[in-house]
Design a protein around this ligand. Sequence first.
Ligand SMILES: Cc1cc2nc3c(=O)[nH]c(=O)nc-3n(C[C@H](O)[C@H](O)[C@H](O)COP(=O)(O)OP(=O)(O)OC[C@H]3O[C@@H](n4cnc5c(N)ncnc54)[C@H](O)[C@@H]3O)c2cc1C
Length: 397
Amino acid sequence: MAESRAGSRPQKHVDPIDLFDVRSALTEEERMVQDSVARLVDERILPVIQKCFEEHRFPRELVPELAALGLLGSSIEGYGCAGLNGISYGLICQQLERGDSGIRSFVSVQSSLCMYPIYAFGSEEQKQKYLPRMAQGELIGCFGLTEPHGGSDPANMKTHAKRSGTDWVLNGAKMWITNGAIADLAVVWAMTEEGIRGFIVDKGMPGFAATEIEHKFSLRASVTAGLFFDNVRVPEENVLPGVVGLKGPLSCLTQARYGIAWGVIGAAQACLSQMLEYTRERVLFGRTLAHNQAIQIRLAEMARQITTAQLLALQLGRLKDSGQMTPAHVSLAKWNNCRMALDIARDARDMLGGAGISAEYVPIRHMLNLESVITYEGTETIHQLTIGRALTGVNAF
Ligand SMILES: Cc1cc2nc3c(=O)[nH]c(=O)nc-3n(C[C@H](O)[C@H](O)[C@H](O)COP(=O)(O)OP(=O)(O)OC[C@H]3O[C@@H](n4cnc5c(N)ncnc54)[C@H](O)[C@@H]3O)c2cc1C
């Protein structure tokens, strides 16, 4: 042992939340994105987020700052958007979720679930009308797919739209919609005689209402709402012309799930960072917690899981940026990384003892948030069944 120590190279500084130096695999531009979002999180999000969570309040005042950094619709080319690559989008999500999953959810929904479908399937007029103002944070969007009777089976949606002259008449309800009660527009997926179509429903259209869901113990710094459509007349010019069928909403979900696979690593990193600090200082049985083998094994386990998740996300990003990413790749990464982050947050909460139930320490907030993140955009089971289908060719849903 002494010999191998003497023979080993001098240790260079290792970042405990980036043990395999994933940062060195990033381009200069990607590192700049990572640094600028990290600064925003440290200076503007972390100082307010605990209070927001406790008060069940989304810090809307931060939206202009997110916009000013180019974080809204960051992957879109043109229309006032930053046109960054997939890895940069992942890094944005990761840094934001180091702050809070609620802030990352806001950006995911605005970017991947509302701006992306308008960009990918919208008319030129729709793109001109909505995208620049959404990139500026002047308009907030939401995405209505899930319905009260069951989100895992969206093909069975009840919300429907019928042609009426040159308009469409929309009826139904959507449930658990992020940003719903503060949104200026909703991309709503509804069944028509032609199949599932996407409708841009503007706030204030008669018959459209959004009601905030109260009593949440998770994502408390995020707005979640029910959307209700009672004979809402939607003009033809608000229908997304470029897609018919479930592939419309599913392709948006692939974009957003990709961001989640990166994002949750940030939540896990925040928990590990705090545990390294805490175990260095907490003295029990005459020595710091960090001196205990059992504690070190738990910290090592966190580092192992974070490292493997980072490498998975990096390769996923490379597949995305080279046009080779499939929905099954995204399912595996979303499943693995959400499970990893939730397990780490729960273990960190336990290692804090009684203090772990206080929002003064980050793990319980991340843990509660991650209960939503592992559920939304496809539950863990749904992603497991997606991988099962890819492996066997048999649909077991
Ligand atoms: C905070 C929050 C924000 C959200 N934001 C949005 C949003 O912005 N837009 C949107 O459209 N939706 C949103 N959702 C909804 C989310 O995507 C759904 O909750 C999720 O897809 C699960 O749907 P469900 O809640 O109806 O559960 P269900 O579909 O009823 O599932 C219940 C349980 O059954 C399991 N299950 C389902 N099918 C099978 C099967 N075949 N075999 C085995 N088990 C199965 C599930 O894994 C789950 O454990 C949000 C949810 C939350 C909690």
